[in-house]
Write a protein that binds this ligand. Structure first.
Ligand code: SAH
Ligand code: SF4
Ligand code: F3S
Length: 443
């Protein structure tokens, strides 16, 4: 028996990259690799990268500069770049950083084992194709026996929407959905390994239209209903959704499907119709707000979350004010806001840019408003009863930590709950980034 080779994977970017990193580690598990938590001591380092903003992409090169020095002590070390920077920049990565042995785009992960064998022979390996194959079905994996209670499950990938600022349609390719049977098999398998909550992932997850058992297109709502029947699976979430794909059946499911959690991430990007138009978002502020009205009619206590870009090309103070007004109206439980970042090759990159200082100042104002709203919503939870999926032990004795139905981080004091339990709690206090709770005895 040879000692297992060591693999270190570092993940940047979105939840889909987290999922992909797990799959890549499993695939390399089949090649005799064992995953470790540090770059030091690794025989293979994989950076799973993000191209969404310039900063994210540049981080990769500075990290590579650091990592290459590890090759001095370990000449057998191989360095790979996966993810969206790999897809966008391909060979350029090896030119800019010759220490890189392997570059693999998100649609080619099933070819990773062959690529690993090639780099072990001392060759370079590059694959950024968009093959017409279900990479996850083709991956031969060696999964972990036990899993944490909450897991991601990719059901849809790619995007056909082409928002004017966004690289995702170029890095992840065209929209495609995995067949229902494969999703259900994977979910059942996760439940057998201790998973109680799945978050269905897709760049445009609510555009899901996977093939059902009879080959017909199946909507995300229908998929959720099928998952709802899996014993032992307690909670279902999904992200990220586009406002135009919030279909009636999906909205209704928020009111009727008990395992579907009352939390929805629905990015709007801007509150100004002029900007939304230039962004090619194909919805207006008003149509977005009316979708939220319908969701709240189905599920009044739903917590909304969103994404915003400030300083998009040609954004005026009045456009920005419209964003603040929209945020005031929605009242977000969570929201993520970003300063516009110019991405080469996207249409918005050609437009007149906003002064970076103006954009910075707007970002601060938006974030102050969002933080205030989040804190108000957290404070409004005090006294309420919710459920928590227990994920780990807390720092204090007897304390357990998990997520509420609304995705708030909750510390349960003096709890005898075990990891993986879903327990009713009463919220006692709102802290900065979490809530404190006690076990609630149901009558
Ligand atoms: N598919 C999702 C999310 C895509 S990326 C959606 O449709 O909303 C996640 C977030 O990054 C986006 O919602 C957007 O707010 C932000 N983003 C994307 N491109 C960006 C850019 N060029 N500059 C700044 N933020 C960007
Ligand atoms: Fe990017 Fe727009 Fe597609 Fe979201 S919907 S991934 S923001 S192009
Ligand atoms: Fe980044 Fe690619 Fe996700 S660009 S946000 S890792 S889809």
């Amino acid at each position: 028996m040879t000692a297992p080779k060591k693999l270190f994977v570092k993940t940047y970017g979105c939840q889909m990259n987290v999922y992909d990193s797990e799959r890549m580690a499993e695939a390399l598990g089949g090649q005799g690799y064992e995953q470790i938590d540090t770059a030091e001591g690794a025989d293979m380092i994989l950076l799973n990268t993000c191209h969404i903003r310039e900063k994210a992409a540049e981080k990769v090169y500075s990290e590579l500069g650091r990592l290459k020095t590890l090759k001095i002590d370990n000449p057998d070390l191989k360095i790979g770049v996966a993810g969206c920077v790999a897809q966008a920049e391909g060979e350029e990565i090896m030119r800019r950083q010759p220490a890189v042995d392997l570059v693999v785009g998100p649609q080619s992960y099933h070819r990773l084992p062959q690529m690993e064998a090639k780099v072990r022979q001392g060759e370079k390996a590059l694959d950024t194709d968009f093959p017409e194959e279900d990479k996850f079905a083709l991956l031969k994996t060696r999964p972990k026996a036990r899993r944490a209670p909450s897991a991601f499950l990719t059901v849809q990938e790619g995007c056909d929407k082409f928002c004017a600022f966004c690289v995702v349609p170029y890095t992840r390719g065209a929209e495609s959905s995995r067949p229902v049977a494969r999703v259900l098999d994977e979910a059942r398998n996760l439940v057998e390994r201790g998973v109680r909550e799945v978050t269905l992932l897709g760049q445009n997850v609510n555009a899901y239209h996977g093939a059902g058992p009879d080959g017909a297109d199946t909507s995300l709502a229908q998929l959720i209903w099928a998952l709802n029947d899996i014993d032992g699976l307690e909670r279902i979430r999904f992200t990220t959704s586009h406002p135009n794909d919030m279909t009636d059946d999906l909205i209704e499911a928020h009111g009727t499907c008990d395992k579907l959690m009352p939390y929805l991430h629905l990015p709007v990007q801007s509150g100004s119709d002029a900007i939304l138009k230039r962004m090619n978002r194909s919805h207006t502020a008003e149509s977005y707000l009316r979708v939220i009205d319908r969701i709240r009619a189905a599920r009044p206590d739903i917590v909304m979350s969103g994404d915003f870009i400030v300083g998009f090309p040609e954004e005026t103070e009045a456009d920005f004010q419209a964003t603040l007004d929209l945020v005031e109206e929605v009242k977000y439980g969570y929201a993520y806001s970003f300063k516009y970042s110019t991405r080469p090759g996207t249409p918005a990159a050609e437009r007149p840019q906003v002064d970076p200082d103006v954009a910075d100042e707007r970002l601060q104002r938006l974030q102050a408003l969002i933080t205030r709203q989040q804190q108000e919503i957290q404070a409004g939870m005090v006294g309420r009863v919710t459920r928590v999926l227990v994920e780990k032990e807390g720092r204090e004795p007897g304390q357990m930590v998990g997520k509420s139905d609304y995705l708030h981080a909750v510390h349960i004091e003096n709890s005898d709950a075990a990891i993986g339990d879903v327990v009713p709690v009463r919220i006692t206090q709102a802290k900065r980034n979490s809530l404190a709770a006690v076990r609630h005895e149901q009558s």
